[in-house]
Design a protein around this ligand. Structure first.
Ligand code: PXL
Length: 286
């Protein structure tokens, strides 16, 4: 039977402190009228940006959950993977994606930020991320992750429009139909999220106002709004516009309180914007 609401299987960690992954994905997609079925990859006392977080790896749990969903005859409209805790979780994600062939396949290749891999990400886990990218419909790397996937220098911070387009197109050649790279500083000094729709050969950018702080979990929040918007029928540029607009609101709200950036953005104060679902047209061709 067709799902009444869109249903997303979210294969991500659950971190107690520092808004990221499931604690961001569940409220955002729920506010957009989409059901989230969490498949936790690990439980952490706090995300890896905090020293010494306690980690309970759930690698063995993922295939058991998948087996149960198959026995139940569950169907998902989207399977969305993110932070992974072990190499074997790549295989488990590949099985999950293959088990729901009609679902939109979204891979957020969570690996690093600000030019460096996250502390739990091994070389092998990073190199195997390409296998997930190859089967994805949509990927949402930041500039560090985009460079890691392409074998480029992850420390590059400024991109010409041509370089940004080349990164997008080269990532799309690896498989995905849609590539969105977040938090790009263009050579003209603007900050943008940039995207490529391979089937329409169209490149887009959505500029945002820069704030001199880097909050954890913003990539998860961006990807969640983007997916929610696409599942609801938005075009790629309007979905990027919605995700950028929400992040701009959440980041600027949080910045005004001078809170610890590791705690993420105060999305609790901004979710109502998503529920209002404003019409948007601030996107531009890249
Ligand atoms: O937001 C990415 C992310 C997700 N999950 C965990 C993390 C990070 C980034 O630091 O540590 C556990």
């Amino acid at each position: 039977m067709k799902n009444v609401l869109n249903k997303v299987a979210a294969i991500h960690d659950l971190s107690g402190i520092g808004r990221c992954s499931l604690t961001v994905i569940i409220p955002i997609l729920s506010a957009m009228g989409i059901q989230v079925c969490p498949v936790p990859t690990a439980v952490l006392s706090a995300h890896t940006g905090f020293a010494d977080s306690e980690i309970k790896d759930l690698t063995d749990y993922i295939p058991r959950a998948l087996g149960h969903y198959k026995r139940l005859g569950e169907d998902f409209d989207c399977v969305y993977s993110g932070f992974l805790a072990s190499n074997e979780q790549i295989d488990h994600c590949l099985d999950f994606f293959a088990s729901f062939p009609h679902a939109l396949k979204v891979v957020d290749p969570v690996m690093g930020d600000n030019g460096k891999p996250y502390r739990t990400y091994t070389k092998e886990l990073c190199s195997r991320m390409g296998e997930l990218v190859a089967i994805a419909d949509i990927i949402t790397p930041n500039t560090t992750e985009a460079a890691m996937l392409l074998g480029e220098n992850p420390l590059q911070t400024v991109f010409t429009a041509q370089q940004a387009k080349s990164f997008l197109a080269r990532l799309a050649e690896k498989g995905p139909k849609t590539v969105v790279i977040t938090s790009v500083e263009l050579a003209d000094g603007t900050r943008c999220n940039v995207g490529f729709d391979k089937e329409r050969s169209s490149f887009w950018k959505v500029p945002y106002q820069y704030v001199p702080a880097s909050y954890n979990g913003t990539g998860d929040a961006f990807a969640s709004v983007l997916i929610g918007a696409i599942l609801k029928g938005d075009s790629l540029p309007i979905a990027m516009n919605r995700a950028t607009g929400f992040l701009e609101l959440a980041v600027k709200t949080t910045y005004s309180y001078s809170s610890d950036p590791r705690c993420g953005v105060m999305l609790e104060t901004c979710l109502s914007w998503l529920i209002q679902n404003p019409t948007l047209c601030a996107y531009q061709p890249l």
